[in-house]
Design a protein around this ligand. Structure first.
Ligand SMILES: [Zn+2]
Length: 343
């Protein structure tokens, strides 16, 4: 049904081409992933620095928490105490080379006390609680004059480089804008000038109209593998009503978003019968005091696997040239997920 498809598609949010060559999907492979996607057995690990009551690296002891537990990362990539760069050292090579301090706040968000239960295995209520706590975090960051950009992300599974299997996500809140957020601003602004419309709303409308790639939907949220997906199971989850960040979402809207996210990741797990690894990010506007009417919050999930034992390696075209090759069609993978019945 999809084997003969061979074309390139434009990703309007990243402004790049993706080449789809589904006719190559059956080519022989000799490299299989051997990173573990198996279930952990114990619900508590005395050596885990995220489990309740355990000591962390710098001597802080975790409380005996049950649901969500948030703390500042002991090994931060960005910190409010990162060294200041003197003014006369910030620029060199006639302004070509620029450096600044790595300022920000890095936090860890443990989802639950259980060492071995992912969000997809826990009841929906746990995901909802996590989303409510993330909104509270956003309120703190909005009130902090140093912070303008907030990235919430989860690296799930060994394949995605997670350093501790205890289910958790992370927050990097910084005083500068990350690349993809800036890109989203730029394309949304350009689209607004040209079409007098919101690019994110147009993408949602296009996906609803086509229908083939939408595989989860409830009253307030919608999930699809976009027309321009780079990864086989790449999924975007939008609240149907536009919000620039989590900050303006009502509890009901957050619940619908959490429910859709929860169903998506359960479908991922059920599809192959493994804990399906992914990189998840909340794509939000800045918390710099502006309203950002052109931005539309969404959750982006980018799983590295194409099949249970087949990882999408980033080779010459991707790493060397930022142009993705896909051996599967978004319609094909969305159909697979549509057909999964969750009990
Ligand atoms: Zn643990």
């Amino acid at each position: 049904m999809f084997e003969n498809e061979w074309e390139r598609r434009w990703n309007p949010l990243r402004e790049e081409w993706i080449i789809y060559a589904a006719h190559r999907n059956n080519r022989p492979w000799t490299t299989a992933s051997n990173a573990s996607t198996a279930k952990l057995k114990a619900d508590y690990d005395p050596n885990c620095y995220l489990c309740p009551t355990n000591l962390r690296i710098h001597g802080d002891r975790n409380p005996d928490y049950s649901d969500v537990f948030i703390f500042e990362n002991d090994h931060p990539v960005v910190g409010l105490n990162s060294p200041e760069i003197p003014q006369d050292q910030q620029s060199s090579a006639n302004g070509l080379y620029i450096k600044k301090s790595a300022k920000g706040i890095a936090k860890v968000v443990c989802y639950h006390r259980n060492h071995n239960l992912t969000l997809g295995e826990l009841p929906l209520d746990n995901t909802y609680k996590v989303f409510l706590e993330l909104k509270k975090q956003m309120e703190e960051f909005r009130a902090n004059p140093v912070i303008s950009h907030v990235l919430i992300f989860e690296n799930k599974g060994e394949l995605c480089g997670v350093s501790n299997p205890h289910p958790h996500c992370q927050i990097y809140a910084t005083d500068f804008t990350f690349t993809i957020t800036q890109k989203h601003f730029d394309v949304a602004e350009k689209f607004k000038q040209k079409e007098h419309k919101n690019i994110f709303e147009e993408i949602i409308n296009a996906e609803i109209q086509d229908g083939r790639r939408v595989f989860e939907e409830n009253k307030g949220a919608i999930a699809f593998i976009p027309f321009f997906a780079r990864y086989a199971y790449e999924t975007m989850i939008f609240p149907k009503k536009r919000h620039a960040t989590l900050l303006t979402m009502t509890d009901e809207e957050l619940y619908d978003l959490a429910e859709t996210f929860h169903r998506v990741i359960r479908k991922f797990d059920k599809n192959f019968g493994i804990i399906f690894p992914y990189v998840m990010t909340f794509q939000q506007a800045l918390v710099d005091g502006s309203e950002h009417p052109e931005h539309h919050l969404f959750i982006s999930i980018q799983p590295p696997l194409r099949q249970p034992d087949l990882i999408k390696y980033l080779g010459g075209p991707e790493t060397g040239s930022s142009t993705f090759m896909s051996d599967t069609m978004p319609e094909q993978k969305a159909l697979e997920l549509k057909n999964i019945i969750l009990e």
